[in-house]
Design a binder for this molecule. Structure first.
Ligand SMILES: Cc1cc2nc3c(=O)[nH]c(=O)nc-3n(C[C@H](O)[C@H](O)[C@H](O)COP(=O)(O)OP(=O)(O)OC[C@H]3O[C@@H](n4cnc5c(N)ncnc54)[C@H](O)[C@@H]3O)c2cc1C
Length: 387
């Protein structure tokens, strides 16, 4: 058994942590996200300079290389300071590098991966529809029809994060009306976001501010064949192997939030006084802090375990689902206790606890709700499907 990161992984973690403390401080993150309606292009550009957009992209396509463990380390270190703004890196990494890298054709890889690695292409994911995200196939109304001129895409998506600043949208659409099963006849499109007929509108929301989550309308959007990713009709089969990766990455962000919460709470407890003593001397607050540390330790072990399995190509569907549930539940509970430990200052926009809480709260909902993830875990234990 080995519960340690390798020397190379530790060196990377250390380098990213130093970079974050210098270039992406918590106070800057607060400023960026408070500017709710403006996408933080400056943060994107800093990621570009640091080469982070290339992490996970093979060197032959202009990237830095690196597997899911390296991405997990990067995601966690970014989220420790940036919270939800770590998505500014993560969305294009998922929607672009991961999808093109796994099911793109050779020419799609050669064309798009170097652009992503160089920070010249932003992508967004447009899967969820107004009719529902958990039952994503049951709610799927967006459809693309094959015509003489190409594919004609029609429909509506909701909650597509950063779609308003994206160059490309990764879109799930039905391409066969009469498919025998609903997970058949579904395709993935790589849609130029500025195509005629694409209308994108940001939606107001609780957290994940300034990166914008949008409704997207497709009104007869004409797409060339090269906009199809992978084999038409087989999107669902293509997506399944990427789900573990996504859950591990979301958990990495949650672990970053736990890191940030723990260090901020500890620091505050060491300097705030009440009744003539430090609040860190009160046993109940010590217990709150101990709980946060316990959750962080447990989450870290499962995070390393699931990422290690995934990097070795071993099955980890149950482990990555458990990890996603555990890490997001712990991150929210930790941030909530963090607010309590800091009292009024925890609720203040001048500190980070409320920002961590608002951002982590989403990860109990997306990309898969914790109820649905638990369904899968129970089913893997041999219980009947509950829905
Ligand atoms: C800020 C934000 C950003 C997002 N970004 C993106 C994005 O970039 N791209 C994208 O495609 N989507 C995105 N999403 C959508 C997200 O993935 C969905 O919100 C999520 O999948 C849940 O779908 P829903 O909101 O439609 O909830 P619903 O599916 O309507 O679920 C409502 C409730 O019912 C429960 N439920 C449903 N089915 C079951 C069941 N079988 N058993 C038990 N409980 C069940 C759910 O767990 C939930 O509690 C984002 C959402 C938000 C809020």
């Amino acid at each position: 058994m080995n519960f340690e990161l390798s020397e190379e992984q530790l060196a990377f973690k250390d380098a990213v942590r130093k970079w974050v403390d210098k270039e992406a401080s918590k106070s800057w993150a607060r400023e960026l996200e408070r500017d709710e309606h403006n996408y933080p292009f400056a943060l994107w550009d800093k990621f570009t300079e640091a080469g982070f957009h290339g992490v996970g992209i093979p060197e032959e396509f202009g990237g830095q290389g690196g597997d899911v463990v390296m991405q997990m380390i990067l995601g966690r270190e970014l989220a420790r300071s940036l919270g939800g703004l770590a998505w500014i890196w993560g969305i294009t990494s998922f929607a672009g590098s991961k999808s093109i890298g796994i099911y793109g054709s050779d020419s799609q890889k050669r064309k798009f991966l170097p652009q992503i690695a160089a920070g010249k292409l932003r992508a967004a994911i447009a899967f969820t529809e107004p009719g529902g995200g958990t039952d994503v196939l049951g709610a799927l109304r967006t459809a693309a029809e094959r015509t003489q001129d190409g594919w004609l895409l029609r429909g509506e998506k909701i909650w597509s994060s950063s779609a308003h600043v994206a160059d490309y949208l990764l879109v799930l659409a039905r391409t066969e009306k009469q498919a025998a099963k609903r997970h058949q006849g579904v395709s993935l499109f790589w849609v130029p976001a500025k195509s005629p007929g694409v209308k994108i509108t940001p939606l107001p929301k609780l957290g994940m501010r300034s990166m914008g989550s949008c409704s997207v309308h497709f009104e007869d959007v004409l797409l060339a064949d090269e906009c199809v990713l992978g084999e038409p009709g087989r999107a669902w089969y293509m997506l399944l192997p990427t789900l573990n990766n996504e859950r591990i990455m979301v958990a990495a962000f949650c672990m970053g939030v736990l890191d940030g919460v723990l260090e901020d709470a500890l620091e505050y407890m060491k300097q705030r006084k009440a009744f003539g003593k430090l609040i860190g001397e009160f046993q109940i607050l010590q217990h709150y802090l101990a709980d946060i540390a316990i959750w962080r330790q447990a989450g870290e072990l499962l995070l390393y375990y699931a990422a290690d399995l995934q990097s070795k190509g071993k099955p980890c569907h149950t482990e990555s689902s458990m990890l996603k549930v555990l890490a997001s539940d712990y991150a929210v509970r930790a941030a909530d206790l963090g607010i309590q430990i800091m009292g009024g200052m925890g609720y203040s926009a001048e500190t980070d606890m409320q920002r961590y809480w608002r951002d982590a709260r989403l990860w109990q909902i997306g990309p898969i709700t914790n109820e649905m993830a638990r369904n899968g875990i129970a089913e893997n234990l041999g219980l009947p499907r509950s829905f």
